[in-house]
Write a protein that binds this ligand. Structure first.
Ligand SMILES: [Zn+2]
Length: 59
């Protein structure tokens, strides 16, 4: 299964996105990877992007 399904949502506008859609990186010398990851909504430009909580696993 490689189907991309939304894993993140924008708090500001409420839209759902895949990780690829919201993920952006900036160079950052002080981090081990040399870059810092940002989650930015492509619709409204907000950085208030949260990961969707996994639901449906309650016994
Ligand atoms: Zn948004």
């Amino acid at each position: 299964m490689t189907t991309a399904h939304p894993t993140h949502w924008c708090v500001s506008c409420g839209k759902h996105y895949t990780r690829q859609q919201v993920r952006q990186t900036l160079p950052a010398e002080h981090t081990p990877d040399g870059e810092v990851e940002l989650l930015i909504c492509p619709h409204c430009g907000s950085d208030q992007v949260e990961e969707l909580q996994e639901i449906g696993h309650d016994e």
